[in-house]
Design a binder for this molecule. Structure first.
Ligand SMILES: [Zn+2]
Length: 289
C-alpha cells in the first residue's frame, strides 16, 4: 500500500537549534507560541527533525511519501525562506517528498509573485494557510487572486481549521465556520483541504457537502478521543478523507518522547482506513499519477 502523509511540517536545520531565537529574529511570535511550547510536564510539543530523520521516521512506519506543508507565517520573508528550503528538499528527494508553498497575502503583489515562483520551483500545492492567524481578511484582494490562481494551476489549498470545541492552548486561534463556507462557495473551482478534520464533526458535516472540499486528519490523536475520531470518519465519505499526521508534533505525549508516524498510522489502520484515505485520495488531488 502506498501510504502518503499529507500533513507534515519541516524547518531549515538552524530553526531547531534555537527555535525561540530563530522565531524572534523573524518576527514570528505566533509560530513560537505553538512550536516552542512545552507541556506541563516540561516535554516539548514537537521535535525539529532534519530531512534525513524525517525519511528515517517515514521508513520505520512504512510511509512512502510526505507532503511538506508551509507554515502560516506572519511575514513574507519567512514564507520565501521556507518555500526555498522545501524546493531544495524535494529536489534532493523527489521520490519521497512533495511540498506546498506558503504566502502572506498582506505582502501584496510580492505574495502573489512568490506563489508563482514557488510553484514554478516544483511545489505542488498551497498552504497551510490560516487567514485568522496571519491576520488577513478572506476578502483581501491578493488572497483572492491566489485562490483563483490555485484553481488555474490545479493545485490544492490547505487551510488550518480549529475545532471550536477543542480545549484552549497557547496560540490557539478561532476560525469561524462562515469564513470557510464563504471561501469554498466563492471559489468553487479551487480544491480545499481543510486541516485537522475540518474543525471537527459539526464543521465537517456542513463543509463536507461541498464538492471542492477534502479533510486531512492532522493532529487528530491530540484533539479527539479515538471513538470520536472513528465516528467522524464513518460520517464522512471516504473519498474526502486524507491521512495527515502533523509530524513533527508529538501525537501521543503520554507514551512518546519524539515525533514519529507509526502510532497514529496504526491507530488509523485499526480504525479501518482504506488505501484511498491513506494515499490514493491525495494522489488524485495533487495530480501525481
Ligand atoms: Zn499543520
Amino acid at each position: 500500500m502506498r501510504v502518503i502523509d499529507a500533513h507534515v511540517h519541516l524547518y531549515p536545520p538552524e530553526t531547531g537549534r534555537e527555535p525561540s531565537a530563530w522565531a524572534a529574529a523573524r518576527g514570528e511570535p505566533h509560530w513560537a507560541a505553538l512550536g516552542t511550547r512545552r507541556r506541563k510536564d516540561g516535554k516539548p510539543v514537537q521535535g525539529f527533525p532534519s530531512v534525513d530523520q524525517l525519511l528515517r521516521d517515514m521508513d520505520a512506519a512504512g510511509v512512502s511519501q510526505a507532503v511538506l506543508l508551509g507554515w502560516y507565517w506572519e511575514n513574507h520573508a519567512t514564507c520565501v525562506e521556507q518555500n526555498k528550503f522545501y524546493a531544495e528538499c524535494i529536489r534532493a528527494h523527489p521520490d519521497r517528498l512533495i511540498a506546498f508553498a506558503t504566502a502572506q497575502p498582506s505582502a501584496g503583489s510580492a505574495a502573489f509573485e512568490e506563489v508563482c515562483r514557488a510553484v514554478g520551483d516544483g511545489l505542488n500545492g498551497l498552504g497551510e494557510f490560516s487567514p485568522h492567524a496571519q491576520h488577513f481578511s478572506i476578502d483581501d484582494p491578493v488572497w483572492r487572486q491566489i485562490m483563483v490562481l490555485a484553481a488555474e494551476l490545479k493545485v490544492p489549498v490547505n487551510l488550518h481549521v480549529t475545532d471550536p470545541a477543542s480545549r484552549k492552548y497557547p496560540g490557539r486561534v478561532e476560525t469561524p465556520l462562515e469564513d470557510f463556507v464563504r471561501l469554498v462557495q466563492e471559489f468553487p473551482a479551487t480544491r480545499f483541504i481543510l486541516a485537522h478534520c475540518g474543525g471537527g464533526p459539526t464543521f465537517a458535516q456542513i463543509l463536507g457537502a461541498f464538492p471542492n472540499v477534502w479533510f486531512d486528519t492532522a493532529a487528530a490523536p491530540l484533539i479527539y478521543e479515538p471513538a470520536v475520531f472513528r465516528q467522524m470518519l464513518t460520517a464522512l465519505p471516504a473519498s474526502k478523507v486524507i491521512y495527515g499526521s502533523d509530524y513533527p508534533l508529538i501525537l501521543y505525549p503520554q507514551t512518546e518522547t519524539a515525533p514519529g508516524f507509526a502510532g497514529f498510522l496504526n491507530e488509523f489502520k485499526t480504525a479501518g482506513a482504506s488505501s484511498a484515505v491513506l494515499g490514493g485520495n491525495v494522489v488524485g488531488l495533487i495530480g501525481l499519477g
